[in-house]
Design a protein. Structure first.
Length: 230
């Protein structure tokens, strides 16, 4: 059996509705370059990553300019114009598009284009921790705030026990065959680990970093720039 390789798959076919920008948020300028360019550069520079695939919408009008302005990505990044109606669909479409280029037991690291604060050391930490794992896993952060469940009037209905709660991040790392099968079978999951859990498996939680947060709402932009300028 070949030594398993590690591939990055970046779902980048969203529109950033919650952010409310005039362009898809993954193309917003952060610290001098598009948000997606930070992510692609981090993975392209990671020596353990064999290749990077980025999934964009079929009518994406931005990726060509991004790639043209980033010669360091040439040969390391392949653009897949297979975005779907949901993140799950974009990821599954991407997996099916690369089936001739990866082996069943190769590892796929799925990472949101909206998490530009990812570092090479976080990638290394995830791969080192999970490399021999039978299931795979994800970066995540233990919850440190007290959590409240609100009612329809924004009144506290319940304080949620936070011990053992984690906030999922990405990359989420699973072997190609397991991940593809899980996503085909899953109904409307919001992350890859959720699909794998539906198979009755328990992905490993690997501590991530606050800088690897997802840029989702308008106030996230300044925070992301702060981390990227560190
Ligand atoms: N149909 C979709 C929806 C989302 N994504 C990607 O999944 C990641 C995380 O999704 P999210 O933060 O929700 O991005 P958007 O869907 O763009 O944001 P919103 O929900 O606010 O529209 C992003 O990199 C986004 O581009 C995708 O590839 N295909
Ligand atoms: C995959 C993820 O980033 C883990 O927290 C999250 O589920 C993505 O959710 P979104 O609504 O697609 O941003």
């Amino acid at each position: 059996m070949n030594t398993p390789r590690y591939f990055a798959l970046i779902p980048a076919a969203g529109v950033g509705t919650r952010l409310g920008a005039t362009i898809p948020k993954q193309y917003m300028q952060l610290a001098g370059q598009p948000m997606l360019a930070h992510v692609l550069t981090t993975f392209a520079a990671a020596s353990l990553i064999s290749h990077v695939f980025v999934v964009v919408s079929a009518d994406d009008g931005y990726i060509a300019d991004l790639m043209a302005a980033a010669p360091h990505l040439q040969g390391r990044v392949t653009v897949l114009f297979h975005g779907g109606a949901s993140r799950q669909e974009s990821v599954l479409n991407g997996l099916q598009a690369i089936r001739q280029q990866v082996d069943e037991e190769d590892w796929i690291l799925v990472h949101d284009a909206a998490r530009p604060g990812l570092t090479q050391s976080l990638i290394q930490h995830l791969i080192t921790t999970l490399g021999g794992d039978l299931v795979g896993g994800l970066l995540a952060l233990p919850v440190v705030d007290t959590l409240k469940r609100g009612d329809q009037n924004a009144r506290v209905a319940q304080t949620v026990e936070r011990a053992a709660l984690w906030a999922a991040q990405t990359p989420q790392m699973f072997r190609y065959s397991l991940l593809t099968r899980a996503l085909i079978l899953a109904d409307a999951v919001t992350d890859e680990a959720g699909a794998v859990e539906l198979l009755g498996l328990q992905p490993r939680l690997v501590e991530g970093s606050p800088r690897n947060f997802k840029v989702t709402l308008p106030h996230d932009v300044a925070l992301a720039e702060m981390f990227l300028k560190e």
